[in-house]
Design a binder for this molecule. Structure first.
Ligand SMILES: N#Cc1c(-c2ccc3ccn(Cc4ccc(CN5CCCC5)cc4)c3c2)n[nH]c1N
Length: 237
């Protein structure tokens, strides 16, 4: 997978040289390039913003640098983090992980001139996404989050593919609690069932924990959880 990130803060993406994303880059699973938007400015001050037409707070990112940047790195699927984007979900992560070339446009200030999005949409797929209902300074942090969500889905990145199949957001429920050694820690014991060796009972215990956690913390996910996944005992719960 090829990924191009365009930002006025390219150093924000140093974390993408670390850990499993860094390994995916060195092994060739991920071809990631970060570009400084100011590369495509032409004035001595390398200006990327200007005042908003119609008034209003702050500044807006100028279309010219963005147009030239997207011409240079495109075409691909353009992903634009935005406060007004579609909520980003695990399903979106799977869809993006299956694509050949992603381009991330990191806005700042009050956002990017709308004509940049409209012009790009005339020659490539564009997805405006939001991480959630809170306000960030710009798109960079969102791109780091999205890159983690996507990269872990790329074949060969995660050692144990099972960890993908066990995932709650993939299976529609929150995960059960996890434990490791020591068996007793500060007078707190690991649930006996997990040390029983009875894998059938362990699987049921984990599913019950997932159901109760999801019901209490994410009732919205329960609403979407197909009832036929529940056996009779669960349905009465
Ligand atoms: N993903 C994601 C995001 C972002 C995000 C993503 C990209 C950019 C580019 C610039 N900003 C800053 C900003 C903040 C607020 C506004 C709204 N205006 C403020 C006063 C009148 C309306 C416009 C821009 C961004 C924020 N925030 N939250 C998410 N989940």
């Amino acid at each position: 997978m090829r990924v191009d990130i365009i930002s006025i803060f390219p150093d924000y993406f140093a974390p993408l040289e670390l850990s499993l994303i860094g390994k995916a880059r060195t092994t060739g699973l991920l071809d990631l390039s970060v570009h400084d938007l100011r590369t495509w400015t032409s004035d001595v001050h390398r200006t990327v913003d200007d005042t908003p037409y119609g008034g209003g707070p702050g500044m807006v990112m100028r279309p010219e640098p963005w147009g030239q940047a997207l011409d240079a790195v495109g075409p691909g699927t353009l992903v634009v983090p935005s406060p007004v984007g579609k909520p980003f979900t695990q399903a979106d992560a799977y869809e993006l992980a299956a694509l050949e070339h992603l381009i991330f446009a990191c806005g700042r200030y009050e956002g990017i001139d709308q004509r940049v999005i409209d012009d790009a949409a005339s020659r490539m797929p564009v997805r405006e996404v939001s991480l959630g209902d809170y306000v960030l300074f710009g798109g960079e942090v969102a791109v780091i989050v999205i890159m983690e969500a996507i990269t872990r889905l790329l074949p060969g990145v995660l050692g144990n593919a099972d960890s993908l199949t066990e995932e709650s957001h993939a299976a529609g429920l929150l995960e059960a609690p996890v434990y490791t050694k020591p068996a007793s820690w500060r007078d707190r014991e690991v649930p006996d069932i997990l040390r029983s060796g009875d894998h059938g009972r362990i699987a049921r215990w984990r599913r019950d924990q997932s159901l109760s956690r999801t019901a209490s913390r994410r009732p919205d996910m329960m609403a979407a959880y197909p009832l036929d996944h529940l056996d009779k005992a669960d349905r009465k719960a």
